[in-house]
Ligand binder design. Sequence first.
Ligand code: TYM
Length: 334
Amino acid sequence: MAEQKRKRILSGIQPTGTFTLGNYIGAVRNWAKLQDDFECLYMLADLHALTVRQVPAELRRHTREAAAMLLAAGIDPSQSLVFVQSQVPAHTQLGWVITCNSQFGELSRMTQFKDKSAKHPDNINGGLRSYPRLLAADILVYLAELVPVGQDQTQHLELARNVAQRFNNAYSPTFTLPEGYITKEGAKIMSLAEPTRKMSKSDTNQNSYILMTDDTDTILRKFKRAVTDSDGVVRYDPAAKPGVSNLMCIYNVFTGKAMDEIEREFDGVGYGDFKLAVGQAVADALAPIQGEYARILADTAYVDGVLRQGAEGASRLANRMVEKVYRKIGLLQL
Ligand code: TYM
């Protein structure tokens, strides 16, 4: 029997600094797991990063570091394509077509646009608003069926689906409508300092996030300071107890223990011991990744080779799609 064609997956992450535990739990951890069952493309979204002013040398450094971190976290370049967005021009080529097939109003509704505009009032550039169009192109250019992301990307995915549908109706069936692949556990890891907000590396309070490169002492210290509540009971209730519930969620991800099991484990135990246990579980999980990261990052030639090979493979797929779309919409091909 012929082997069934594997579904294609595309996802991306911005190389704007060291990944947080939120990035890892919500996205990267799942990317590694999906490789056996899907044809995967994982992208460092450096063009998206430009929507916020970047220091050129830092962006370059962060891009290599991000690649090394993906590899350290288990993404295997012999199974998956790992590449830098700007090295596959087909994304921006299709991005323009998508731009001309999307409406201004739908872009202004995006929460991320509103958040980033509020955060950077001195730089509300066109890219910030156009961002979801490029994101749609990132996905559609590969006809990706599944997109493993955290919860904060659902609105962007919806826009990608709408644009794809609109294009298919206007021309002929061309794009696959992508589905989000969002795990129930850890789709939105919250800030340790303000547990009603998402954990984010752009937060000005360094105690609010765990970085993938934080050492054990730093991890334990940050968890020790994590904001909880005053009733002293470890119980899962995200609305009433966002801080404790967030820590339980993180503990669940790394220990596999269900929420009721965690509640029993810490029944009658103070928050201090609970926070220490969560911190230790995180530190234990990150230690081997950090070892791999240091080893891989030291080998620049290897990292660059992986990215070159990834960009070649991705370009082969994406260029074909751009040609097809250009033909459909009437651009002269010689
Ligand atoms: P970025 O770089 O902000 O985040 C990368 C991935 O990490 C997830 N994530 C989280 N998950 C759970 N809890 C958190 N606190 C948390 N913080 C971040 C995000 O949901 C994301 O999956 N727009 C994207 C990059 C991108 C992309 C794409 C993604 C560009 N093109 C095409 C999918 C498909 C972004 O800025 O992710």
